[in-house]
Design a protein. Structure first.
Length: 108
């Protein structure tokens, strides 16, 4: 894979709000994100979309304003970054890929 291809693929990976406490990252449209979220949670479409409210692509302002908290193995906070920075790190580390998956949650 060339750097140009990697950068093009990375540019397609975006963060979507899928509930009031969960965000998914991945390439694709709202339907692809919704399908992955439904598979992850076992919810049906009505439950997963909350009357059409989700999934919702985060805005640039949200990416730069929302805080991602890194934790250690005991779930203690170790570092914070913006969602944009956390996504960039996850892409660089191979943790965020084109396949939609859980990016962040307030529940654990």
């Amino acid at each position: 894979m060339t750097t140009d291809t990697h950068n093009a693929n990375a540019a397609e990976i975006r963060i979507w709000e899928v509930s009031d406490c969960e965000w998914f990252a991945g390439a694709g449209d709202a339907a692809a994100i919704l399908a992955a979220y439904m598979d992850h949670t076992g919810l049906d479409e009505d439950e997963a979309t909350s009357d059409g409210q989700y999934p919702r692509l985060l805005t640039d302002a949200e990416l730069d304003g929302m805080t991602y908290t890194y934790t250690d193995e005991d779930e203690l906070p170790t570092e914070q970054a913006t969602f944009r920075t956390a996504l960039e790190r996850a892409i660089a580390n191979g943790e965020a890929t084109e396949a939609p998956s859980l990016f962040a949650t307030t529940e654990f």
